[in-house]
Design a protein around this ligand. Structure first.
Ligand code: GAR
Length: 225
């Protein structure tokens, strides 16, 4: 009898990606999830805005989409309950926030504790909130970057899984810096989801331990001389 084809160690994690806009991070996750050995499948893309550009990209890729318009609900609890109902309807086990620009209630973040991650365009805990690139420029930092972290109730708070740093260049404005950071977001988000899906990113207290961490680069310095 022929050997069975090699398969994944565990069933793929059923993931929903929550977006509010263009969805370039969602597209990066979809691209990564196309690999046979990726431990997660994107089973749903949900947006609070019907006009979010990412919805069309997801539909074109054959992924189920849903719109839960926050303006249709009287308060945050009922909005979050409607999101939860969609997630349940699609058998979702894990949530990726990817440019989802609504604050979630404590009930929701507690229900999805250690089962929900977010990408943020700064090296957290620096520059939580909005306008991170301009704030990095104003602060005069030499390195800026992005973070993927487990979600806690506090805005842009929670155990950090992966970060990427980029240099801040002399001629940068917020747009050029944002583009450099976004390119790295597209690398670290799929990496973080892979680490979680493979069971290698373990929440330990309020820090993340990475099992079988790879070789570390040397330090970076900027400006170089
Ligand atoms: C990304 O830069 C993401 O880090 C940011 O919104 C952008 C969404 O872009 N998220 C936040 O600021 C949340 N705090 P995308 O729709 O092209 O992925």
């Amino acid at each position: 009898m022929a050997d069975a084809a090699p398969g994944p160690q565990r069933p793929k994690l059923r993931v929903a990606v929550l977006i509010s806009g263009g969805g370039s991070n969602m597209a990066a996750l979809l691209g990564a999830a196309a690999a046979a050995d990726f431990p997660a499948e994107i089973a749903l893309v949900l947006s609070n805005r019907a006009d979010a550009g990412g919805l069309a990209k997801a539909a074109a890729a054959g992924v189920a989409t849903a719109v839960v318009d926050h303006r249709a609900f009287p308060d945050r609890d009922s909005f979050d309950a409607a999101i939860d109902a969609e997630l349940a309807r699609h058998g979702i086990e894990f949530v990726c926030l990817a440019g989802f620009m609504r604050l979630l209630t404590e009930g929701f973040t507690d229900r999805w504790r250690d089962r929900m991650i977010n990408v943020h365009p700064s090296l957290l805990p620096l520059f939580k909130g909005l306008h991170t690139h301009q704030r990095a420029l104003d602060a005069g930092v030499r390195f800026h970057g992005c973070t993927v972290h487990f979600v806690r109730f506090g805005m842009d708070e929670g155990p950090i899984i992966v970060q990427a740093a980029v240099p801040v260049l002399a001629g940068d404005d917020a747009d050029s810096l944002a583009a450099r950071v976004l390119a790295m977001e597209h690398k670290i988000y799929p990496l973080a989801l892979r680490l979680v899906g493979e069971g290698r990113a373990v929440v330990d207290g309020e820090r993340v331990r990475i099992e079988g961490e790879g070789a570390a680069p040397g330090g970076m310095l900027w400006p170089a001389g």
